[in-house]
Design a protein around this ligand. Structure first.
Ligand SMILES: [Zn+2]
Length: 390
């Protein structure tokens, strides 16, 4: 089945001009100024995109797809994600992960959930592990999980500088990173350590020490939540200037926590102003994770659930409030993320040969259509492909 998205302004993530995009099965077959749908022998579904923006489907590298949380006891475990929540967010590729709870949540169930979401229509991967070191795996160790299980790209989210972490020593973290790195080398994957950085005062200090004292390259770490503290964001800028990629958590606002966090879109703009190359910044949603609030003594005082919608909201704010060029803003949720995950050039761009993962925005940057692997999942702002139990 062929689909022709006609007359839209195409971003890949750089602006390509007004173009027609021909979808052939699950791939983008051709992009040109004016493609005539009546020339071939196959039937073509023509989708009018005049006046609209045709951009790569968003990639979210941090989603608690089987839920997370539990910081206020068993009743505070957050729910599993449903397909429509993913599609509504404009996301066509995601990475599922575990967080604080690696005991009642397991990598096995994470893997099963990603396989389910993949069957339902989107592209999915996982990190093996959880907050703690030694961490949780399927085969018994991180290196084997990365090498042997197709969907495992690396390990995470491993927690440092957090009262909920396993308080890993530098040596423990270093060994884990080395294991993931070799797993990645042997399987042609990134083998990254997706690093949850908490509120602790040391922030990224341990990472700097490891990079300094070992041969492990800075690109092996992907620190996330770096906008949760002013001081941490400063460290993140330093980390990115050393060549690393930093991940900003969407939906963070200065009113969350004790007021020391930096709004996500503002954090992106500030990093760019401080000289961080735009291709070293990504954003992720922390969708379906718990967002507990702690007082100064580590007691939970409240809890919310993260939503994948924040990714698109911050993208809009990047353009409208922070004044960023749209192609630059798009990079943080498309091509840059594809790069970190080792999926570029198959994902994160609109060009012939890439997967047909496309999000169509209206002029106000609201999501109107979503195509995942060539299948239309959302039309006129309504999710039309639902999950099995929705
Ligand atoms: Zn986290």
């Amino acid at each position: 089945m062929l689909k022709l998205i006609k007359g839209g302004r195409v971003y890949s993530a750089e602006y390509q001009g007004q173009k027609d995009v021909l979808i052939v099965g699950d791939k983008i077959g051709m992009i040109d100024e004016d493609i005539d749908p009546s020339v071939g022998i196959l039937e073509v579904e023509v989708i009018d995109a005049a006046g609209k923006l045709v951009v790569p489907g968003f990639i979210d590298q941090h989603v608690h797809i089987i839920g997370g949380g539990g910081e206020m006891g068993f009743a505070s475990r957050t729910p599993e994600i449903m397909l429509s929540q993913v599609v509504r967010a404009g996301v066509t590729t995601l990475v599922g992960l575990l967080g604080t709870d690696g005991t009642t949540r397991q990598v096995h169930s994470l893997l099963a959930k990603t396989r389910g979401l993949e069957i339902e229509g989107i592209t999915t991967y996982i990190y093996t592990g959880a907050y703690e070191i030694p961490t949780r795996t399927i085969t018994g160790n991180v290196r084997s999980d990365i090498i042997l299980i197709d969907k495992v790209l690396g390990t995470g989210e491993v927690a440092i500088s957090d009262h909920r972490s396993s308080q890993p020593s530098r040596q423990e973290l270093k060994r884990l990173v080395a294991e993931a790195r070799v797993g990645g080398i042997l399987s042609g994957k990134p083998g990254m350590v997706h690093l949850h950085v908490g509120d602790g005062r040391d922030g990224l200090e341990m990472v700097f020490e490891i990079v300094e004292e070992s041969e492990i390259p800075v690109s092996q770490f992907v620190p996330t939540h770096v906008n949760r503290r002013e001081k941490l964001l400063e460290q993140a800028v330093r980390f990115a200037l050393m060549g690393g990629v930093i991940d900003i958590t969407a939906g963070v606002s200065p009113t969350s926590g004790d007021g020391d966090s930096v709004k996500s879109s503002t954090a992106v703009r500030r990093c760019i102003e401080k000289g961080v190359p735009a291709d070293r910044i990504t954003m992720s949603s922390d969708g379906n994770g718990s967002l507990p609030e702690f007082d100064g003594k580590g007691n939970v005082v409240g809890m919310m659930v993260g939503s994948m919608d924040t990714l698109h909201r911050e993208l809009k704010d990047l353009v409208r409030e922070e004044g960023l060029d749209l192609s630059l803003a798009l990079k943080t949720v498309t091509s840059n993320v594809a790069g970190v995950l080792g999926l570029y050039p198959r994902k994160g761009r609109i060009c012939a040969g890439a997967d047909a993962d496309i999000t169509v925005l209206d002029e106000g940057l609201d999501i109107e259509m979503v195509f995942a692997k060539g299948r239309k999942m959302m039309d006129r702002g309504e999710v039309i492909v639902k999950g099995t139990f929705e």
